[in-house]
Design a protein around this ligand. Structure first.
Ligand code: BEZ
Length: 577
């Protein structure tokens, strides 16, 4: 199996080297449409078909749509096939090749369980308004080998049905990122007549996992990788969502709150006011550890349950639950959740979470997909639902071995999370089945490896930015991974791997945080000018209580500390310490 893989890789790279550039005096428009006539033998995978190649004129920003420069837009498919339940599968990619190319390649990572082609505009993360296409990068995005519009069976895990198909699982795990990188680089060579000088991978969440994957499994492909909120150990993070769900369900059950299907109404386990109360208890305990009373916990590592517990106790109701206090059940649930999931023997199953004030990041407070929307779901929902419930239940059931059927509509997903035995989840994620699924989901998805030597030795740089109040993937898991890589590198990992926690930020963005920052520019400077980032200035958006406030995001293990004088709204008044 492994030898065959190496042989096919050698064959693919030989084809890539032989790709003939489209030279001559032809216009960008005709060069673009000519891509449709590319001999597939010039591409890494001869099983590539172009669906379209269109020369787009430059366009000004329209409403939500960003301005785009003149470019050639290509959509293609690799390895079309018929798979599980006669469904059609392919790795579909979307590429934009700007006329005014800056000589660089940008891979835009995916998200969730993928299945979306992506806009290929080059999302820079950090709530940046600019995109990589505007900066002159040739950008590719892709669907990772399944298409949510056609590989979608509501009766069978919805858009996670692809995980019943072994090849689609492999494409999702690693293969599509490999195929599409090679194809995109070949297309760049054909279209511009030369290879990219530099290559970058940028993504958040699952897209962050893909970035970390590249550094370990395909270390030669990218010079710089920005992996935001990476799902380093997604199967373990998924079981954590089930653990959390069961804890909040117990709170709802104790309060006698059920949804229309008779499921404990997790969405109503906490009101927005309860979340704000919990957040103010954390601030009472830890806000000033960083020297500034500013509604932010910048020294999150100094903030502990020992400090927070007395403040939570102070807002715990003495009698029955009232709007002005938290019930004992709510406080105990929160403390258990922050401690992280444990098996029946008390062994940790994933990671703990940071004590931070980002619980206040409810969607109803204007934070796009805030803490509440991701984890327990909006209070006013008609029945139990959250992003985590929908995504995690259907996706982890389908990617168990053997796959487990869950309906994507009605109460099935919530019931799955409610009834799942936390102690057996990892056994299903690590299971294989020789005939059908010879590689376990854990082996496909786990990015916890510490050997980045090939990436390091070629000069690759990996930058991680992670919200401290991310309720989906714990910042502490990213930090633990950094520490293990650092140990494997005799304490010198920061030469190629740097972590920047973002206090208050939820999953990829949002929350009471300075979530607007240009980590990509910092990465490019690190790669191209060897200026390793120590601090990245970040700005608070309009939905926060402090629009325009700036703070330095500090290179872990440092945090931002107020200097003791100067404007408290200004990053210049803070040092990384
Ligand atoms: C995400 O990409 O946002 C995601 C991936 C897996 C589970 C939850 C969220």
């Amino acid at each position: 199996m492994r030898v065959a893989h190496v042989v096919s890789l050698l064959a693919l790279s030989a084809a890539w080297v032989a790709a003939a550039p489209q030279t001559g005096n032809s216009s960008p428009g005709s060069r673009c449409t000519n891509l449709l006539n590319t001999d597939a033998k010039q591409l890494p995978s001869p099983a590539t078909r172009f669906e379209s190649a269109v020369a787009n004129a430059a366009r000004a920003a329209q409403g939500e749509g960003p301005a785009v420069p003149a470019h050639c837009e290509v959509i293609g498919l690799i390895h079309e096939r018929v798979g599980f339940n006669s469904q059609r599968f392919a790795i579909r990619f979307h590429m934009r090749l700007p006329d005014d190319w800056n000589g660089r390649f940008f891979f835009e990572g995916g998200g969730g369980s993928n299945g979306n082609l992506g806009a290929a505009l080059g999302n820079l993360q950090g709530s940046q308004r600019r995109n990589a296409l505007q900066l002159g990068y040739a950008v590719v995005s892709q669907d990772s080998g399944h298409d949510n519009t056609i590989n979608n069976d509501p009766n069978l895990n919805g858009t996670s049905v692809f995980a019943f198909d072994p090849q689609a699982r492999t494409d999702w795990g690693y293969n599509s990122y490999d195929q599409v990188t090679q194809t995109a680089k070949a297309l760049i060579r054909i279209y511009y007549g030369r290879a990219p000088e530099r290559s970058y991978y940028v993504g958040c969440s699952e897209g962050g996992r893909e970035g970390v994957l590249m550094s370990q499994k395909f270390p030669a492909y990218f010079d710089g990788i920005l992996a935001c909120a990476p799902g380093i150990r997604i199967p373990r993070a998924a079981l954590t969502q089930a653990w959390n769900f069961q804890i909040w369900a117990a709170v709802a059950k104790a309060a006698g709150i059920y949804d229309r299907d008779g499921v404990p109404f997790v969405n109503k386990a906490l009101t927005d006011e309860d979340l704000a109360l919990a957040a103010s208890a954390v601030l009472e305990a830890c806000d000033t550890l960083d020297g500034a009373k500013d509604g932010m916990v910048l020294n999150f590592e100094g903030c502990s349950q020992a400090l927070v517990h007395p403040k939570l106790a102070a807002v715990t109701c003495q009698g029955g639950k009232r709007a002005s206090c938290l019930s004992q059940a709510q406080v105990s649930a929160l403390e258990r959740i922050i401690s992280g999931p444990r098996d029946a023997n008390g062994e940790p199953l994933y990671s703990d979470w940071a004590w931070d004030a980002g619980f206040g990041g409810a969607a109803s407070r204007g934070y796009f997909q805030g803490w509440r929307s991701w984890s327990i779901g909006d209070y006013e929902a008609a029945s139990v639902s959250s992003i985590a419930t929908a995504l995690v239940a259907t996706s982890s059931a389908a990617s168990s071995t053997p796959p487990e059927p869950v309906k994507a509509f009605g109460p099935d997903a919530a019931r799955y999370l409610l009834n799942v035995d936390i102690n057996t989840v990892m056994a299903k994620a690590t299971a294989t089945n020789r005939g059908t699924f010879p590689v376990s989901t854990w082996d496909l998805m786990n990015m916890g490896g510490t050997d980045l030597s090939a990436f390091r030795n070629r000069g690759g740089k990996l930058l991680i930015a992670h919200g401290v109040s991310d309720p989906i993937f714990s910042v502490k898991d990213s930090i633990a991974w950094f520490k293990s890589v650092n140990q494997a590198n005799n304490g010198n990992a920061s030469a190629f791997l740097r972590v920047f926690p973002v206090p208050g930020m939820n999953h990829c963005a949002g929350g009471p945080a300075t979530d607007q920052f240009d980590a990509f520019a910092a990465l490019v400077d690190w790669v191209e000018k060897s200026t390793a980032p120590e601090r990245i200035v970040a700005t608070a958006g309009n939905a926060t209580p402090w629009p325009g406030r700036t703070r330095p995001l500090c290179l872990y293990p440092k945090h931002a500390q107020y200097k003791g004088s100067g404007n408290i709204e200004d990053a210049a008044s803070f040092e990384c310490r």
